[in-house]
Structure formats: C-alpha cells, structure tokens
Design a protein around this ligand. Structure first.
Ligand code: TRP
Length: 334
C-alpha cells in the first residue's frame, strides 16, 4: 500500500494580477508541492466579497487567477484546483466554527483592523470572521500543511485555536494546520525602485506583472534606480543596486550575474548594460507565462472543465469531513 500523502491546502485571492513576487513567493512553492503531497488550491472568491462586494469583474478575475496559476505550472490533473464558492460544505463548516470564535479575538486580528481602517463604511461581519472562513477552507480537507506567507501566520494561529476548541468540545476530528514553506525558496523579490519588495499596492512601475508586455517589462527594468557606479574596488552595494543583482539572480544565467558582480567590484560596471541584460532575461522568463495564461484565459471550455474537475475533487474530500463533523457535533438525529 502506498503511504497516504500529507494534505496541503492554500487559498489564492482573486484580486489583482500575479506579479513576480507572487511567483517566487508562492506559486513556485505550489508547483513544487504538487508532486509530493495531496494538494488543494482554492480561489478564495467568497473571501473577496468581504472587500470587493461589486462582482462585475469577479468572473474575469477568477478566470485570470486560474489561468495564471496554471500557466506557472500548477497542474489541475495533479492538484484539486477549485473555487471556494463551488463547495457549499465550506459555508456549513464556517457556520459551526463561528460559534467557536470569540468576538474579542476576531476584533484583535491585524488584518481585520487594517481592513476596517481602509473601508470604514463597510466593516461587515464577513470581514470580522474572515479568519473563520479561512479556517473552514483548511479544516474542510483536514489539511496539515498550509503554504502561506508571513502575513497569514496570525490566521493560521487562529485556525489552530479553532481546531483545539472543536476537538476538545466534540472529539478529535481535525489535525492542527501549520504554515509550510521550503525554507530556501522563501525568496523576497525586491521592487525595482529600491524600496521594499514587489507588491501590487506599491509603485506600479516598480512591480513586474506576469501579464506585462515585453515592451512594458523593458521599460520598467530600464527605469530601475541606479547611480554613477562604485568609486573604489570592492565597495559595498547600496540597496537599490543589490536589488538589481537579486532580480538578476532569479532569472539570468549565473555566468551573467558573475560577470556583472566582477564588473562592479572592479568599478567598471555599466548599469545601462546590466539593465538591458536583465530586461531581456525578464522578457524571456515572463513572456511564455503571459502567452500561456492568455491562451488559457481565452479557452472558456477548458477553464470550465478545470473548475468542474477541481470542485469534484474538493467536494469528495469535503463530504467525508462534514459527515464526521455533523456526527461529532451531534447533528445526527436519524
Ligand atoms: N487569506 C489568504 C490571503 O489573503 C487567502 C486564503 C483564503 C487562504 N483561504 C485560505 C490561505 C486558506 C490559506 C488557506 O492570501
């Protein structure tokens, strides 16, 4: 008998376009996980309603996020790639878990406080119970490993709290989930303006999206901040120069990186040449992903088939869990 593989679960918000930071920080991890574990990757469309109640672009955004993730190498035949709203069991488990979550702890959650501040006219209960819905996503598959970034640690901590309360009250049903990452792959992708990491909310020209045209990629890279160069051999690099090297290490041949490192140390580096090289290597990296994502996005029949197949796999696992949950709670009168 084969060993039962450990269960991995993560959610992807369908708001915004994937950028290089998402690729190296998350998607690349997913792609690697899919060969080793039983994986559930979910588009968090219900979660997006807490902040984006206008659904005019929802379908388009869901399709984009699916297409981009598949274009990056996520294989819908290997993983369950599905939409949260297709699995009604999620909403049921969410309901039970809300009775194990206290108002006080929900109000203290960092993401809640941030979002309440940024949308003071729509501090809805869904926003408050966002971590409860997220816990339901994870517990629905009794997942142990949750590949997420640092910003989600608090939500995972809360999921563990709900697990312990549930198990204590109704019997051991759920394992405790924990954040999971391949340590060496936790790459921070720096932004092109030398300030912080690439993100969708910061300077648009400093973030490379997987949907950027070749021309736009070149333009953004050529605009990256540099200076007149080192004046003494072996000088330390300012952050914005270090960042260009970091980006180059992600997409360029090691020989190229080493050449420019040496040029830097010998004070003969020409940043224009370096950025030209980086721009071409970025184009070579991003353009096949963009083209693949575009063609998937235009293939509605394929996208529908992916969603159906994903939902079927997710539902199967959800039903098993929910039968146990109802039984444990005592909702089994006949
Ligand atoms: N809250 C997560 C984010 O903002 C998305 C998410 C929803 C998620 N459900 C999840 C992540 C379940 C991990 C597990 O990125």
């Amino acid at each position: 008998m084969l060993n039962k593989k450990e269960i991995v679960m993560s959610g992807i918000r369908p708001t915004g376009f994937l950028h290089l930071g998402n690729y190296f920080g998350a998607v690349k991890n997913y792609v690697r996980l899919q060969d080793e574990f039983e994986c559930f990757f979910m588009v968090a469309d219900l979660h997006s309603l807490t902040t984006h109640p206008d659904t005019k672009e929802l379908k388009q955004n869901v399709e984009r996020v699916l297409a981009e993730n598949i274009a990056c190498g996520l294989d819908p035949d290997k993983v369950a790639l599905y939409c949260q709203s297709h699995i009604f069991e999620t909403s049921e488990l969410y309901l039970y878990l809300t009775m194990m979550a206290y108002k006080g702890e929900l109000e203290k959650t960092t993401t809640f406080k941030d979002k309440a501040r940024s949308q003071p006219d729509n501090i809805n209960a869904g926003l408050l119970t966002y971590p409860v819905l997220q816990a339901a996503d994870i517990l629905l598959h009794r997942a142990m490993l949750v590949p997420v970034g640092k910003d989600q640690e608090q939500h995972l901590e809360m999921a563990r709290t709900f697990v312990n309360r549930f198990n204590h009250r109704y019997g051991d049903i759920f394992p405790e989930p924990s954040a999971f990452n391949y340590g060496e792959d936790l790459v921070k992708v720096p932004s092109l303006d030398g300030a912080g990491k690439m993100s969708k909310s910061e300077n648009q020209l400093a973030t490379l999206y997987l949907s950027d045209s070749d021309e736009l990629i070149r333009k953004k890279v050529m605009k990256a901040k540099t200076d007149s160069g080192p004046t003494e051999p072996g000088m330390a690099k300012p952050d914005y120069i270090e960042n260009i090297f970091l980006l180059m290490k992600l997409v360029s041949e090691p020989a190229q990186v080493n050449k420019f490192l040496e040029d830097y140390d010998q004070c003969r580096i020409r940043y224009g040449d370096m950025k030209k090289q980086l721009a071409e290597d970025m184009v070579r990296f991003i353009s096949p992903i963009r083209e693949k994502a575009d063609s998937i996005r235009n293939d509605k029949a394929y996208l529908k088939a992916v969603m159906e197949k994903g939902a079927e796999k997710a539902r199967k696992s959800a039903r098993l869990t929910m039968a146990l949950v109802r039984e444990a709670i005592g909702l089994n009168y006949y």
